[in-house]
Design a protein. Structure first.
Length: 199
């Protein structure tokens, strides 16, 4: 019985250390930039040992990837909480898009996911991360809308990629001061433009 408790508490402690490292790294990557941050700074900010860092992450890039993964996961959770099945398919897509733009206003998130992410990890890895999170929710919404006959049947992967790129561009524009209301209006227009004649 004691061994089970010890193993569980060791797992919990390990998980807490990992979270401390991700939290500290996120703060630092937003305050400065990926290139400016050293692993000793991250270790100090997290209050853990250098050995703990390398126990959980192979290097600084692997830690950045964990930060990006968590940010992308948070975005997807926001989208899913706003674009539920209670909405008609097209409205669900629009609500999901609005939730995405809102989620991207969290300080540092646009930079981490849309600027530093591709620069540090490469476009292919960021697409993979997005494919598990934000673009997954968009793809699922588009597929549901097609299956319901609410929008035209188009190649799903290409539609997801292009519409996702439009949302990313809107988030970047909002970050630099563009009118968020206008951006939402145009994105909603793009989605409504996909509607079938009977919708």
């Amino acid at each position: 019985m004691q061994d089970i408790k010890t193993r569980r508490s060791n797992r919990e402690r390990s998980g807490e250390t990992r979270e401390k490292l991700i939290d500290a790294a996120r703060r630092l990557f937003v305050e400065k930039s990926y290139a400016e941050i050293s692993t000793p700074e991250i270790v100090e900010a997290a209050g853990v040992t250098r050995g703990a860092l390398y126990h959980h992450f192979a290097d600084k890039q692997a830690l950045f990837r964990a930060v990006a993964e968590r940010e992308a996961e948070q975005v997807a959770l926001e989208i899913e909480s706003q674009a539920g099945p209670e909405h008609p398919p097209i409205e669900a897509l629009i609500e999901g898009g609005n939730a995405f733009l809102s989620a991207m206003t969290v300080p540092g998130r646009t930079r981490l996911l849309l600027l530093d992410g591709p620069a540090v990890l490469g476009r292919a890895i960021m697409d993979e991360i997005d494919g598990r999170h934000g673009n997954r929710t968009l793809r699922e919404g588009l597929q549901a809308a097609m299956e319901a006959g609410a929008i035209r049947s188009l190649p799903l992967d290409a539609l997801t990629a292009l519409l996702g790129a439009a949302f990313d561009r809107a988030a970047l524009a909002a970050e630099t001061g563009a009118d968020a209301g206008n951006l939402r209006l145009v994105l909603a227009g793009l989605i409504r433009g996909l509607a079938t004649a009977g919708s």
